[in-house]
Unconditional design. Structure first.
Length: 300
């Protein structure tokens, strides 16, 4: 199964990839559905695969959605939440598609140090309820929030992205209030628990504050030993729950922290490399370039 990147999304819709998108600390954008539907090179259909970003949509029109192992038939208005962890497929059933949607990366929230971990939220949890048919009144209320996002994204207000994060969280909480009460509690099966504990151990190490603090858990074996499971079992569980290997998840989070430190601090690249657990600056530079296609110095 392929993963659709942000660059792929823009190529499939407008054909124009925003300049410098690979260098952004956190990406956010909002669109009118009918405009993208009209311009889309894929006639609105989205292949069944994972995306490298989160997406929230309010849509009016007849549609069918395949999300993980579930199929949803939508007749009127729907609120949808999509996570990079879960593959999905969107099939418009007519040409009368209206509404809004926003896309954003995990970095868009992590960079604020807000404490919001998107995959910990019930609305984005694997096995949850990601798609809701909503009433006319609810659709109007949600649409008004998206309309504020759409206006704000074009403003020159210096704190507009803080405001946009609040709008996104408002929509997320709106959706979580629509969920069955049982969906608000964590899953208790063994695989989900191991996956949750891994994410907790990984996130607990951040933010890193070099040179006084250094990353302690860096390899799949480090995490497996701490969780008292075999490294192969940990990798199998994480791949099933997230679509990524243990190494990919660790590397992604280290890269995310590296971007924050490079962009938001005056620490030297050597200090950042040490703080993230690299013995040599060259090892860090090679790692960062492999993950992002540019060097730490170029990113900074």
């Amino acid at each position: 199964m392929n993963t659709t990147s942000l660059e792929d999304f823009y190529r499939e819709t407008s054909g124009l990839v925003p300049e410098g998108i690979s260098k952004e600390l956190g990406h956010f954008n909002v669109f009118r559905t009918e405009e993208v539907f009209a311009a889309s090179k894929t006639s609105g259909q989205m292949p069944y695969n994972r995306r490298a970003y989160y997406k929230i949509s309010i849509i009016s029109g007849r549609n069918k959605a395949e999300y993980a192992d579930k199929v949803f038939e939508i007749d009127t208005h729907a609120l949808l939440f999509a996570s990079p962890r879960i593959p999905y497929h969107w099939l418009p059933q007519d040409d009368q598609q209206q509404g809004y949607f926003c896309i954003f990366t995990e970095d868009f929230f992590v960079s604020t140090k807000s404490g919001v971990v998107l995959d910990d939220l019930p609305i984005f949890r694997a096995g949850g309820y990601p798609i809701f048919q909503v009433s006319e009144a609810d659709a109007a209320e949600i649409t008004s929030i998206f309309a504020k996002m759409y206006r704000e994204i074009s403003s020159d207000y210096i704190y507009k992205y803080d405001l946009l994060r609040n709008y996104v969280l408002e929509v997320i909480h709106f959706g979580q209030k629509l969920q069955p009460a049982t969906a608000m509690y964590p899953m208790h099966n063994a695989a989900a628990r191991i996956s949750s504990l891994f994410i907790e151990l990984l996130e607990r190490q951040f933010p890193v504050e070099p040179p006084h603090q250094r990353l302690q858990l860096r390899t799949p074996k480090d995490f497996a030993d701490r969780l008292a499971v075999h490294v192969n079992h940990l990798n199998k569980v994480l791949r099933e729950n997230t679509g990524k290997t243990t190494t990919e998840l660790i590397s992604s989070r280290i890269t995310q922290e590296a971007k924050i430190l490079l962009k938001q601090t005056d620490l030297s690249i050597s200090e950042i490399a040490y703080g993230l657990g690299f013995e040599e600056v060259a090892h860090f530079s090679n790692f960062f370039k492999k993950q992002t296609s540019i060097t730490p110095a170029s990113f900074r």
